[in-house]
Design a protein around this ligand. Sequence first.
Ligand SMILES: NC(=O)c1ccc[n+]([C@@H]2O[C@H](COP(=O)([O-])OP(=O)(O)OC[C@H]3O[C@@H](n4cnc5c(N)ncnc54)[C@H](OP(=O)(O)O)[C@@H]3O)[C@@H](O)[C@H]2O)c1
Length: 236
Amino acid sequence: MSEKCVIHRPYTTVVLAMSADGKIADVARSPARFSSLSDRTHLETQIALADGVLFGAGTLRAYGTTLGISNPQLLQLRQQGGVPPQPVQIVCSASADLDPQWRFFRQQVPRWLLTTAAGATHWQKRAADGESFERILVADTSTGGIDWNNAFQQLKQLGVGRLAILGGGELVAALLAADLIDEFWLTVCPLILGGTAAPTPVAGEGFSSQLAPRLELLSVQTIEQEVFLHYRLQRS
Ligand SMILES: NC(=O)c1ccc[n+]([C@@H]2O[C@H](COP(=O)([O-])OP(=O)(O)OC[C@H]3O[C@@H](n4cnc5c(N)ncnc54)[C@H](OP(=O)(O)O)[C@@H]3O)[C@@H](O)[C@H]2O)c1
């Protein structure tokens, strides 16, 4: 959908809302419903710009659903752009330990699973008779994790030129470590969640300050009590 697409993988934008103290959920990892209607509109707009939406299994376990596009103007823009009404919703899970009863599996959106060979086998047994995924992508590492470069090449070959990444922190950390993130949208919301165990935009092992990925600020917008920060990853 964009001239900015890198050739061998999708162009990626992380979209997250966080508290003023940098948490994307409370310590109970409840669904993050603390942002405003403006933020929800912003999220839906970013989703509408994408061919695919990627999120970790932890995020799906927290919500049980995903956000599809319902705004008529955004649906019309997609139609005019010649793309399907809904971007494909891609769940990443090494284990594929997902519940086929979640409402997600009854939402009117295309669904793909990105997993390992063991995860694919597990899911095929589990979801034999119910609603399921249209496509299962397998991209294994030798240690049972996900080979992100392979996965992103497959996504690109399947027509996913722009990918919105909707969290959570574990997924974003893995993609940052693999240098596969191009942009961040972070909405700073006016509340404090606290708690050492509460998730943040980037989990994982962290980066030393010398090796930390650096960002370039593209824009700042304030709407009522929230601040919308748009960054691009600096590349050497
Ligand atoms: N504020 C916001 O905008 C926002 C947005 C999204 C989520 N959240 C919050 O974030 C929390 C969830 O975040 P999270 O960090 O716990 O989980 P997450 O990143 O959503 O998902 C983690 C799971 O995804 C799979 N996964 C992620 N990276 C992987 C990798 N490199 N290789 C293989 N599998 C990988 C694994 O699934 P398996 O265990 O199945 O193998 C892993 O357990 C929830 O509390 C949610 O409410 C907030």
